[in-house]
Design a protein around this ligand. Structure first.
Ligand code: GUN
Length: 294
């Protein structure tokens, strides 16, 4: 029977550590970490995600500020807001929820965020640091996936890892993190041939295709570790909606370990965002301490 990796519990422990770090910072007379969250438009899923992020900040003691802008907000207006937040010493992390409305160039927005405050890890500078194996701010979902993997395999060196999906937000960064952990990594995508065969050879599968229950039981090698990034709402046989991942959960009892949906990768994304905000706050404060007196 596959071990179920409890993402909620692992996220709770990470939040505890983050909360303790914030307390230590405050005790040392440092500023309370601050996170600015920007949401443009009324995408229902984005609204839910943003509300969860704000609530999570409260839980651990991060000062959050929320900027909800109308769907017709112009690019210049958004860039001006980011410029002000970049200059605000009380803001250590800036997150602009994506997707953005079509009149806004997402790449320009992500480039405008100060890399030192880029707690999403989406800025090309942070992506480049990850690519070169250096310490930057790492994207939250990929970071959460590695955390969960290491909860069952503390040292994955030499393991064959398959990442299904090549997005900038999940597939590519998670592949880099696995490579940095010493795994042999295959990145599969919609054009990949013989995917079930590649999957059957893999010790680790990270499923991030966005296709509900794509990874079937027959694709999974006995004992493999499965990390499911997908979340799709489907209508069940009883007419009720349920959430499923990219892995056919009921078919993979022969795996070594698997993350459930919900309650696996999802909670880790937010926990890693909070941890990144504290990391950014510490680094920004250290930078100030080094700056020459004016
Ligand atoms: N949209 C979906 N996931 C994310 C995320 O992790 N960060 C941001 N900014 N937008 C998202």
């Amino acid at each position: 029977m596959a071990e179920i990796i409890d993402g909620r519990e692992i996220a709770r422990k990470l939040d505890e550590k983050t909360g303790a770090e914030i307390k230590a910072m405050l005790d040392a007379g440092q500023r309370r970490p601050g996170l600015a969250v920007i949401l443009v438009g009324e995408d229902p899923a984005s609204q839910v995600y943003v509300s969860r992020k704000i609530k999570a900040c409260e839980r651990v003691g991060i000062e959050s500020s929320e900027y909800r802008l109308p769907a017709d907000t112009g690019q210049d207006e958004l860039l001006a807001l980011i410029g002000r937040l970049n200059d605000d010493a009380n803001v250590h992390g800036i997150l602009c929820q994506v997707p953005l409305p079509p009149q806004i160039d997402t790449r320009l927005v992500l480039l405008a965020i100060d890399p030192a405050k880029d707690v999403d890890g989406f800025h090309p500078m942070n992506a480049g640091l990850l690519f070169t194996g250096s310490e930057g701010l790492v994207a939250c979902t990929p970071s959460g996936v590695i955390h969960l993997l290491k909860s069952v395999v503390p040292d994955p060196t030499g393991m064959d890892a398959l990442v299904i999906g090549r997005s900038n937000i999940v597939g590519k960064p998670v592949a880099m993190l696995l490579l940095n952990e010493g795994c042999t990594v295959t990145i599969a995508h919609s054009k990949t041939r013989n995917l079930p065969e590649i999957a059957r050879r893999s010790d680790i599968i990270v499923a991030a295709s966005g296709i509900a229950e794509m990874v079937k039981g027959g694709w999974v090698k006995p004992g493999a570790v499965l990390l499911d990034v997908g979340i799709t709402r489907v209508r069940g046989e009883n007419g009720k909606d349920r959430l499923v991942g990219d892995i056919a959960f009921d078919e993979v009892q022969h795996a070594g370990a698997v993350t459930p949906v919900p309650g696996g990768v999802g909670p880790m994304t937010i926990a890693c965002l909070l941890a990144n905000t504290v990391r950014a706050a510490k680094a920004l404060d250290r930078g100030k301490a080094r700056a020459p007196a004016a």
